[in-house]
Design a protein. Structure first.
Lengths: 245, 144
C-alpha cells in the first residue's frame, strides 16, 4: 500500500514537471534486449503502441542513444512522462533511463506481464508464431493502458485537482464505435481487438458473441445488464469488419 | 578481424534502433548470424545491459571480440561498446548496405518487406564470411 502511494506520488511529481501542451506525449522506452525473446516483445509492443494503439500520444527513443547522443536525448525523460518496458527483471530500460535521462513514471516487465507464458516466443521476427503475436498484443495493451492513466493524471494535474478520478473529458479514447441501447459508445482499440481475433480464426457469426464480449470486456467496462446489447452490437461490428478485410 | 585474440565467441551486437527500419535490419541480421550462420562461433549481448553498466556485460565485451551492427550513423552500438572498453573488430553500418539497393522499400521499423529481408541476408552473409576470415567485410567499415 505504501509502495503504491509512493509510486502515485512519484508519478504526480513527474507529470507536474511537464511544462506545456507540446509535451503531452508519453515517452515509451523499451529495452529491446537482444538476448531474449522478451526483449523482442518489448520492442514490438512499443512499436504497436506508437503505430496503432496510441498514435500521436506516445513517442520513443533508442535507449543506447542516451549514452551516444547529445543533451537533447538526455533530456527525454525530463520532457515526457515516461514508461520503461523491460524484457526481464534486470530492468535495463528503467535503470538506463534513470541513470542518463530522468525518473520514469511506470516500469513494466514483459516476463511479469506474461506471467512466464512466453516460453514459445522467438527472438527473430522470422520465427514469429501465434504465441508471439498474443504476447505482443498483451504487452502493448498494458502499455496503452498506462499511457491513458498518465495522460489522465496529467490532465488532472493541470486542472489542479487532488482527486484520484481520471479527467474523462480529456482522456483520449481512440477506437471503434458501437450502438448500445440507442447510444454511441467508443471502445478503445476495437479495430485492433477485431484484427487480433480475426488472426486467431474467430468466425464472423453469432457463435462468436461470447468470445467478443469476453475480449472487449478486458479493455472496456461492461455492466451485466448491457451484456446482450454489447453482444449483438459486437457481432454486427465484427461481421462488418471481416467484410472489409 | 582479430577474432583469434578473443577468449570465446565473437559478440555480435546490433543497435536494434526502434525508430527506423535500419534498426530492425541490424537486429535481424544479428539473429541470422548467431542463430543460423555462425552459431558455434558467435553470440549476442543485450546492448541495454552495457548502457546500464552491468558488470557481467562489461566483462564480456572486454574479453571478447565484438562486431557491432548499427542502423544509422549515430552508431550507438559501436560507441557504447567502445565506451565500455570493448574491442570493436568490425563496425557494420546498415546504411552502407543500402548503397546497393537504391530506392529499396525495406519495410518499417516493425516489419520487413522482402527487400528488407534481402538486405538482412546480405549483411549477415558478409559479416559471417568476415568472421570466418574469408573476407574483410565488403560494405562493412573497419573500426578504427
Amino acid at each position: 500500500m505504501k509502495q503504491r502511494a509512493r509510486s502515485a506520488a512519484k508519478r504526480r511529481e513527474a507529470t507536474l514537471k511537464m511544462p506545456n501542451e507540446e509535451t503531452l506525449k508519453v515517452g515509451v522506452i523499451s529495452c529491446s534486449g537482444e538476448e531474449i525473446a522478451e526483449g523482442t516483445i518489448s520492442r514490438l509492443a512499443t512499436r504497436r503502441v506508437l503505430e496503432l494503439l496510441r498514435p500521436g500520444q506516445a513517442v520513443t527513443i533508442c535507449l543506447p542513444l542516451f549514452l551516444s547522443g547529445g543533451q537533447e536525448e538526455r533530456d527525454f525523460a525530463r520532457r515526457h512522462p515516461t514508461i520503461a518496458v523491460d524484457g526481464c527483471s534486470k530492468r535495463c530500460a528503467k535503470r538506463g533511463t534513470e541513470m542518463h535521462s530522468g525518473p520514469v513514471n511506470v516500469s513494466l516487465v514483459v516476463s511479469e506481464i506474461l506471467n512466464g507464458k512466453c516460453g514459445g516466443c522467438s527472438r527473430s521476427a522470422k520465427s514469429q508464431s501465434e504465441v508471439d503475436k498474443e504476447a505482443i498484443w498483451r504487452v502493448s495493451e498494458r502499455i496503452a493502458a498506462e499511457i491513458d492513466a498518465l495522460l489522465a493524471q496529467n490532465s488532472q494535474a493541470e486542472c489542479g485537482e487532488e482527486s484520484d478520478a481520471a479527467c474523462a473529458c480529456t482522456r483520449p479514447v481512440p477506437g471503434g464505435s458501437l450502438e448500445i441501447d440507442g447510444r454511441t459508445v467508443t471502445v478503445a482499440g476495437l479495430p485492433l481487438i477485431f484484427e487480433h481475433l480475426a488472426e486467431s480464426g474467430l468466425a464472423a457469426d453469432d457463435s462468436s458473441a461470447d468470445r467478443l464480449l469476453e475480449t472487449v470486456r478486458i479493455y472496456h467496462p461492461i455492466e451485466p445488464g448491457e451484456e446482450q446489447a454489447y453482444k449483438s452490437s459486437l457481432v454486427e461490428a465484427y461481421k462488418h469488419y471481416r467484410g472489409q478485410t | 578481424m582479430k577474432t583469434e585474440a578473443s577468449g570465446g565467441p565473437t559478440l555480435v551486437i546490433p543497435c536494434s534502433g526502434i525508430g527506423k527500419v535500419h534498426g530492425l535490419i541490424s537486429r535481424e541480421a544479428t539473429y541470422e548470424i548467431v542463430d543460423r550462420l555462425a552459431p558455434d562461433t558467435t553470440d549476442t549481448l543485450c546492448l541495454a545491459l552495457l548502457v546500464t553498466g552491468d558488470e557481467e556485460a562489461l566483462a564480456k565485451v572486454r574479453s571478447h571480440s565484438c562486431i557491432t551492427i548499427d542502423g544509422c550513423p549515430k552508431a550507438c552500438s559501436q560507441k557504447n561498446v567502445e565506451m565500455a572498453g570493448g574491442q570493436v573488430t568490425e563496425a557494420v553500418r546498415v546504411v552502407d548496405a543500402f548503397k546497393n539497393h537504391r530506392g529499396a522499400q525495406p519495410g518499417t521499423a516493425t516489419k520487413l518487406s522482402e527487400e528488407g529481408w534481402t538486405i538482412v541476408h546480405e549483411i549477415a552473409d558478409e559479416t559471417a564470411r568476415a568472421i570466418r576470415g574469408e573476407t574483410t567485410g565488403g560494405d562493412t567499415q573497419d573500426a578504427q
